[in-house]
Design a protein around this ligand. Structure first.
Ligand SMILES: *Cc1c(COP(=O)(O)O)cnc(C)c1O
Length: 391
């Protein structure tokens, strides 16, 4: 079954009323047959039929065997890194979502876990950073927000040789465009808040794997720490995911056009989008993914100009996050990545003039026109400001 078909065909058990949309099991607890026996479900923190249905669907879309759904992407990443012990180390990419950096930098040291930030676009650099203590390689590809590309197959090979896990955060692309498990990754991370949901109305996260032992440890963690996704949010996410393939196809095609438009714009210094041939990761990306996605970053060479552009758009909403049907625009340095600790700003913070956009499902001509108008307005203000300054 192709992914667009799978998106609308759930593995739901036959409903006694023939409901086409799955019911929500909005219950915290389940009656047991006797005091000593448990039914299939007993308590929603442990498992709930609506969440199970979602987890089966997440696994199917990623071509994995097991999935666990969490209250947010961060809760999913937390559950994963909690599998490590004090004294273990992590190799992480050197361009990551700001919240992930905050977790790795501000929480993990308290548990005795150290993180090495490495340019994971270079597998040799990763090999050099490996030690006996490293138990996990954690990458985003494309990374957020600089859209760097890491070679999943090459990193999976390194991880296999070292007997450790490679985790790939696939939030940027969704399984419609990239399936890291099929390339050898051991676990896929999702902020399902992004493309999987697609409607900016749920925060959710997921871990997907083929490894039964790893899955069982994650499920134990999910129950023990209690960050599993609630039935209602699971149901909303199932609903959103039905249109995943349709949305992503449209957003991907529109973003490709917007990226080309930006690339030839006189006010744009550099475009970060792996769908452009001159992107340093273009070749590797084209090999491991079927599209470059809907997130584009670009610089203007002037942080004030960038801020004015962001504030002058009308269709692009100023908002953190990405992957929604509604286009959004942000200044990562001041918004999604403001939480990068000061000690790491130099190494890990995105440039101050970096603008990140997420292309929604609006008509692409309208979106390009909106950007054009915003560029013109921001540029005009700048001209006024510099004339005033020279007087
Ligand atoms: C947003 C994001 C996260 C965190 O997910 P939440 O659902 O906001 O907790 C993790 N990784 C990436 C790449 C993200 O963009």
């Amino acid at each position: 079954m192709k992914i667009a078909t799978r998106c609308v065909h759930l593995d739901a058990d036959e409903d006694r009323y023939g409901a086409i949309a799955p019911p929500i099991y909005q219950t915290a607890t389940f009656r047991q047959p006797t005091a000593l026996e448990f039914g299939e479900y007993d308590y929603t923190r442990t498992a709930n039929p609506t969440r199970t249905l979602l987890e089966r669907q997440l696994a199917a879309l990623e071509e994995g065997r097991y999935a666990s759904a969490f209250a947010s992407g961060m809760a999913a990443i937390t559950a994963l890194v909690r599998l490590l012990n004090s004294g273990d180390e992590i190799i992480a990419g050197d361009d990551l979502y700001g919240g992930t950096v905050r977790l790795l930098e501000r929480i993990l040291p308290r548990h005795g876990i150290k993180v090495h930030y490495v340019d994971t676009t270079d597998p040799e650099a990763v090999r050099r950073a490996l030690t006996d203590r490293v138990k996990l390689i954690l990458v985003e590809t494309p990374s957020n927000p600089l859209m760097r590309i890491s070679d999943i197959e090459a990193l999976a090979k390194l991880a296999d040789e070292a007997g450790i896990w490679l985790a790939v955060d696939n939030s940027m692309l969704s399984p419609c465009l990239q399936k890291p498990l099929t390339l050898g990754a051991h676990v896929v991370i999702h902020s399902a808040t992004k493309f999987l949901c697609g409607h900016s109305d749920v925060t959710a996260g997921a871990l997907v794997t083929n490894d039964q032992e790893l899955y069982e440890r994650i499920a134990f963690q999910q129950n023990a720490e209690g960050a599993g996704l609630s039935p209602f949010e699971s149901w909303l996410l199932l609903r959103g995911m039905k249109t995943l393939a349709l949305r992503v196809e449209r957003q991907n095609a529109s973003a490709q056009k917007v990226a080309r438009h930006l690339a030839q714009h006189t006010l744009v210094a550099r475009v970060y989008y792996p769908g452009l041939e001159d992107h340093p990761g273009h070749k590797v990306h084209s090999r491991q993914a079927s599209g470059a996605g809907a997130v584009i970053s670009f610089t203007t060479g002037d942080a004030d100009l960038s801020r004015r552009i962001v504030e002058a758009t009308r269709l692009f909403t100023i908002a953190v996050s990405f992957g929604s049907v509604i286009s959004s625009i942000s200044l990562p340095c001041r918004m999604s990545h403001a939480s990068v600790p000061a000690s790491l700003k130099e190494k890990l913070a995105p440039p101050a003039d970096l603008i990140r956009i997420s292309v929604g499902i609006e008509d692409v001509d309208d979106l390009i026109e909106d950007l054009e108008r915003a560029f013109a307005a921001a540029h005009k203000l700048e001209a006024v400001a510099s004339t005033a300054g020279s007087r």
